[in-house]
Design a protein around this ligand. Structure first.
Ligand code: ZN
Length: 254
């Protein structure tokens, strides 16, 4: 059993298409494709990305930007740039995509028959960021499943806990421009909080789009980074009159 895991696409169509191509979507069979939320917000292609992910993913949870852009929550907690992007996204989304976003479930969502769940933020609260082991610690012990995939921080990697021993890891890559992958072997009896990284707006200093693949029987999760058409994605942001910073930060991976 195999699942493709995508998070924080943020309206970046070029990154999403590059990820689907690198994951051989359509040629290789996945038993499931999970979308961990923040489908829209920041990027210049909200309708195109929503249309695509609706057709591709088999399970979804909502992100904080999805909630604000479709009117479920106010943008008051957002910084001015995020707020401006959310207002533009709300104006741009068509009614059908708006309605679909409004009805997305919150995490944690179990995804049987896999022994895993998906969430946007923490499995304890969908809006909480898991940035360090302190944030992860109680969630790791209270999780109903062996693995929870989460997003929200746009930082690829994860946390593990096994009977009083815990750890944190980030995939190790050698390039900054080529497609790369890094494998995590899952240990028996260990609980994992795993972040596939952000497809559309990475913030871990690596501009390449991130995603992950779970192979449950093989006890293996593979983390990936792939380049995408950055100039085109930046162009959509600038043409939409969105803040310039949203385009420049894509190159920095910040
Ligand atoms: Zn996000």
């Amino acid at each position: 059993m195999r699942s493709l895991i995508l998070s924080d696409i943020h309206g970046n169509l070029e990154a999403l298409e590059s990820v689907l191509q690198a994951a051989h979507y359509g040629e290789e069979t996945y038993d499931a494709i999970w979308n961990l939320g923040d489908i829209v917000g920041y990027g210049g292609s909200p309708n195109e990305v929503t249309d695509r992910i609706r057709n591709v993913a088999t399970a979804h949870v909502r992100g904080n930007h999805d909630k604000v852009c479709c009117g479920l929550e106010s943008a008051l907690g957002f910084n001015p740039i995020a707020r401006q992007a959310a207002a533009w996204t709300a104006e741009t989304l068509n009614e059908e995509n708006m309605e679909w976003l409004r009805n997305l479930p919150h995490g944690p969502l179990p995804v049987p028959p896999f022994a895993a769940a998906i969430a946007h933020g923490s499995p304890l609260d969908e809006d909480l960021y898991i940035l360090n082991i302190r944030d992860a610690w109680s969630a790791l012990q209270q999780m109903q499943t062996r693995i929870t995939f989460f997003g929200h921080t746009h930082v690829q990697g994860g946390f593990q806990w096994n009977d009083g021993t815990w750890g944190e890891f980030r995939p190790k890559y050698s390039s900054q421009n080529d497609p790369e992958q890094w494998t995590l072997e899952l240990a028996e009896g260990t609980h994992y909080l795993l972040n596939p990284g952000s497809v559309g707006q990475p913030r871990d200093g690596d501009w390449r789009a991130g995603f992950a693949v779970l192979e449950e029987e093989a006890n293996r999760v593979t983390f990936h980074r792939v380049p995408y058409d950055l100039a085109r994605a930046q162009g959509h942001i600038l043409m939409a009159d969105l803040p310039e910073r949203l385009a420049t930060r894509l190159r920095e991976g910040r």
